[in-house]
Design a protein around this ligand. Structure first.
Ligand code: ZN
Length: 213
């Protein structure tokens, strides 16, 4: 499967280089197990990185080198690893991290039917599971640094864009938004943030320290 919203190249490179905080690694590893195109992209960067390290020479990449590498890897997406549960909601990296699937999550209510479960990781960045009932709007907010959100069930809309299972949304400092869960199925997301969000209204701001969001 390939998601409609795939991982930006800059994040493919950072992930392949292993320079991201653990919170972001978890979201991206989970996305990669749901999206062939992003996985092939990361593998291409890893292959280039491996070649550079092996040869121990400073390399300036020729134009089109990455495209050629992508071309070689195209169509060679690895099959799901044996033992991976076909019907699981959570991708394997997430199941491994929390020790189970969606039925093992210890949800905590954060109001308006929205629930979260923070996953403990190393470093300052945080990662959480969010469960948002269909039709519910998240509070409008901005960001201090990067926010990466992966949809695992249901869908949400953000402006004109729609994000469904496997899709990843990357938000940065210069972007304020208000994602809205699509009517119907509960929307389950895995979201990592570099720093606390900037809320524009009073109540979320007040509750922010309590929910570590
Ligand atoms: Zn956001």
């Amino acid at each position: 499967m390939t998601a409609k919203h795939t991982l930006p190249e800059k994040l493919m490179l950072s992930y392949a280089a292993g320079t991201l905080p653990e919170a972001f690694d978890l979201v991206i590893a989970s996305h990669l197990s749901l999206c062939d195109e992003s996985r092939i992209g990361v593998e291409a960067y890893e292959a280039i990185g491996g070649t550079i390290i092996e040869k121990e020479i400073p390399v300036s990449m020729s134009p089109g080198a990455l495209d050629r590498c992508f071309g070689r890897l195209d169509g060679q997406a690895p099959r799901p690893k044996s033992g991976d549960a076909v019907n699981a909601v959570f991708p394997k990296p997430l199941r491994d991290m929390i020790g189970g699937d969606i039925d093992t999550v210890n949800w905590r209510s954060i109001g308006r039917g929205v629930k979260q479960a923070i996953i403990e990781t190393e470093g300052r960045a945080t990662v959480r599971l969010l469960s948002i009932p269909g039709g519910v709007e998240m509070p409008e907010h901005g960001h201090q640094g990067m926010e990466v959100t992966l949809v695992l069930q249901g869908a949400f809309k953000d402006g004109q864009d729609r994000f469904a299972r496997g899709d990843i949304e990357v938000a940065t400092d210069d972007m304020d938004h208000q994602p809205v869960a699509e009517d119907g199925d509960v929307c389950i997301c895995l979201a990592a943030t570099e720093n606390p969000l900037r809320f524009n209204s009073f109540v979320p701001k007040l509750l922010q320290p309590l929910f570590r969001i």
